[in-house]
Design a protein around this ligand. Structure first.
Ligand SMILES: Nc1ncnc2c1ncn2[C@@H]1O[C@H](COP(=O)(O)OP(=O)(O)OP(=O)(O)O)[C@@H](O)[C@H]1O
Length: 751
């Protein structure tokens, strides 16, 4: 059947098509310049309209495209339209059967997946999401037509639910499964020191090959990590039938626990002891240095020892101070250089004669020597790691080196501009004077040599060398990662080298599982930035489309008020991942009975600001109400800022346990009460510019754009250690600028 525009119609319509012919499953439109076939499966709808004089047939195609034929005689148009409707309906009826089967098949596939009595790994979910997209793309007519068919609408509704709420449904499925497992194995979970909350259970039971768990201070990350280790080993005991055998039974040797450094390792040790699980206590727990050392031992026949000074900060600082003092007393030029440098750079008052033995100087040197030397020790290895990373990036993005450098330079410029906007003083931003860098290198060279000699005398290896060599060992073709599960705590503190090593282990792991726990607000290492959290997320992924980040939902250390205060404080820096104010949810939730059963949380109930002269008074009061053996943390930027009188008066409050730690060693530390010292704006002021030497400016990454970003994190960590109360002790005349700010957020002021 053919419908043609009339001569006058053609002339008035000025349209590309003058004729339409009905085909078996479509229509053909033709005009003087083009002919176009429109198949029924392209058409969303069509209509027949009557204009003032002429008829018109219009077809709506997908994506709201319209094609029409104008200028046809009205009666003929109606006849053609009626026949078109008949053909279209017959075709649609026939095709509906296929479409229904197509959608039903997809529903069956979803049901099969969601009815699985097991953890649904994310890769399955991603596969399903892709399948769903394809389902709609491969329908025999445009998706917009689904609503016309009642039979399809219902199927479509079910599919759409999965398409739009897939993530929630996926989590729901896994949560429900987790609840079931928790009930089935209630006897086992009751052995834990706490009843885990649903988000912790999720982390414990999940079976993803790689997951990054984020959570703020006290959200129970380390606890969940140890609970997971215990659960993994328990499966070995049971060889459960009810679980899909995604995990083969595990032996303790298959699991490696990791923490960023000695303080966080000690904390993890403490937590695992509370679990009272002999096998968990036997699990390998290593710092990156120990991991590198272990890998080297496995792959090399040389005699090698762990360097004695690396795991004990106190001993290391003591050794460095003694070595520095020895160098000063035996090498006059060395002592002269240091005398000039300390008096010029720091404006310290240096006495004539043996200044290095002066208690006032000596007390300030240990921590500083350790910090300065560390930058030099890691210099070469960091450069190697950075080069490796740049090569990796380049091969990934096939960026020209010029473009890469240009973008880095523009980042630096941008950061500098921001820094200026934030009133960061110019001296902190100026490129270090090269002559000064060389002079400082000379200053440290004898100390660095003494350090290397000591390592040699112990037949040991330094951390950066160990990490670089381990990286090479892991990179060898034959290397296979020996652990099936690597559970990593305080991941935010892992150095670039350590992270590269883990990356290597991941690449060489056949079907291994990696769990990373991190909090960007707790980055204490100078030079590590919170922007790195995005890198951590990238590293935790196996494939780019995966989203393996999971957040813990509760807070066990801080009360909602304190949580709000500390979060407001850290969130001032827009580069930190914004922390929502979480509260303990004691009400029944849709996740069942777990939330109700949460143990009564221990809550920090106050942060006080007080002039430091009140300290003895406060301690007396504290001793009156603190339970016996309470842990009392004393912390400051430098330990010597803690008044001596307190250290010597430990015997005055014998029933309290005192811990002394500088801010940068507070990873994972937990106390009942915390006293923070040195909050002043003079001398060793806080916050301070930590890059106070030319070498530091030269070797450390560029400063973060937000003013005092690093010190803000130190303060945040110090304030979030205590389960009960924190006192921020400040100078009465010149308090730290943070004090005023915190008072504004609700810290309680003691006059
Ligand atoms: N489910 C729970 N019920 C009760 N208390 C818990 C629970 N989980 C953890 N805790 C307690 O909460 C405190 C904080 O836990 P944990 O150290 O695991 O948190 P975290 O997130 O690792 O903290 P941080 O990041 O500050 O190191 C600890 O005292 C721990 O014993």
């Amino acid at each position: 059947m053919i419908l043609k525009a009339t001569l006058l119609g053609k002339h008035l319509a000025q349209h590309p098509f003058h004729q339409i012919q009905l085909l078996d499953a479509g229509v053909e439109l033709s005009g003087p310049k083009e002919t176009r076939i429109i198949a029924f499966n392209q058409i969303v709808s069509f209509s027949c309209k009557r204009g003032l004089i002429w008829g018109e047939i219009e077809f709506i195609l997908s994506h709201e495209n319209a094609i029409s034929l104008h200028g046809t005689e009205w009666q003929a148009t109606v006849q053609f339209y009626d026949q078109l409707v008949i053909n279209w309906q017959e075709w649609s009826k026939d095709i509906l059967v296929h479409a229904t089967k197509h959608l039903e098949k997809q529903i069956l596939s979803i049901n099969a997946l969601s009815n699985r009595d097991c953890w649904l790994p994310q890769k399955e979910f991603i596969r399903l999401a892709k399948e769903l997209d394809n389902t709609y793309e491969s329908l025999p007519f445009p998706e917009e037509r689904i609503g016309e068919f009642k039979a399809l609408s219902e199927l479509d509704y079910l599919l759409q639910q999965w398409q739009h709420e897939g993530i929630e449904r996926w989590h729901e499925h896994n949560n429900e499964w987790a609840i079931k497992i928790r009930h089935t194995h209630a006897n086992f979970f009751e052995r834990f020191p706490f009843i885990l909350d649903p988000s912790q259970f999720y982390v414990v039971l999940q079976q993803e090959p790689s997951m990054l768990v984020l959570g703020s201070a006290g959200s129970g990350k380390s606890t969940a990590l140890i609970a997971r280790a215990s659960w993994l080993l328990y499966q070995h005991e049971l060889a459960l039938d009810t679980l899909q055998p995604l995990f083969l039974p595990l032996l303790p040797d298959d699991i490696l626990l990791m923490a960023a450094d000695s303080p966080s390792k000690q904390r993890l040790e403490l937590i695992r002891r509370t679990f009272n699980d002999r096998t968990v206590n036997q699990l390998d727990l290593k710092t990156p240095y120990e991991l590198a050392f272990y890998l080297l031992k496995q792959t090399s026949k040389k005699t090698l020892n762990l360097f004695s000074l690396l795991n004990d900060t106190e001993e290391r600082e003591k050794w460095l101070l003694q070595t520095w003092q020895h160098l000063c007393s035996t090498k006059k030029p060395f002592a002269k250089l240091w005398r000039n440098w300390l008096s010029n750079q720091y404006e310290w008052e240096i006495i004539a004669g043996d200044f290095w033995l002066e208690p006032d100087i000596a007390i300030r040197m240990g921590a500083r020597l350790d910090r300065w030397l560390k930058h030099l020790r890691f210099e070469k290895a960091n450069k190697t790691a950075n080069d490796a990373l740049i090569v990796l990036e380049k091969s990934k993005q096939s960026h020209s080196s010029a473009a890469h450098e240009a973008s880095q330079q523009s980042d630096i410029n941008e950061k500098n501009e921001l820094a200026v906007a934030n009133d960061i003083p110019d001296h902190a931003l100026l490129a270090p004077d090269e002559a000064q860098v060389i002079a400082e290198r000379k200053l440290f060279a004898p100390l660095l040599k003494a350090w290397k000699d000591k390592i040699k005398s112990e037949q040991a290896i330094d951390e950066p060398d160990a990490l670089i060599q381990a990286l090479k060992a892991v990179g060898r073709a034959k290397f296979v990662t020996p652990w099936r599960h690597i559970l990593i705590d305080t991941y935010q503190e892992f150095s670039l080298l350590a992270r590269l090593l883990l990356k290597g282990l991941k690449e060489k792991s056949a079907g291994g599982h990696f769990l990373y726990c991190a909090d960007d607000a707790q980055i204490l290492t100078v030079g590590q930035t919170p922007a790195g959290i995005d890198e951590l997320i990238e590293e935790a992924k196996l494939k780019p489309e995966e989203n393996v980040v999971y957040e813990l939902e509760h807070d066990y250390r801080l009360s909602p008020d304190i949580r709000k205060l500390t979060d407001t404080f850290i969130n001032q820096n827009p580069n930190q991942q914004i922390k929502p104010y979480l509260v303990i949810d004691d009400k029944p939730s849709k996740l069942g009975a777990f939330a109700v059963k949460l143990m009564a949380p221990k809550h920090q109930n106050a942060i006080y600001t007080s002039p430091d002269i009140n300290v003895l008074d406060l301690l007396d009061k504290l001793s009156g109400f603190a339970p016996k053996s309470s842990q009392v943390l004393f912390t400051a930027q430098y330990l010597y800022q803690i008044p001596e009188i307190i250290i010597s008066l430990k015997s005055r409050w014998p029933h309290l346990n005192f811990i002394f730690k500088p801010f940068n060693q507070l990873h994972g530390v937990e106390s009942d009460f915390t006293f923070v010292f040195g909050l002043q704006q003079f001398g060793d002021s806080f916050p301070a510019f930590i890059r106070d030497t030319a070498l530091e400016k030269h070797l450390l990454p560029i400063m973060e754009s937000f003013l005092d970003a690093e010190m803000r994190r130190w303060m945040y960590v110090a304030m979030t250690r205590a389960k009960y109360s924190t006192w921020l002790l400040h100078d009465i005349e010149k308090p730290s600028i943070f004090i005023n700010e915190l008072n504004g957020y609700g810290a309680k002021q003691i006059k």
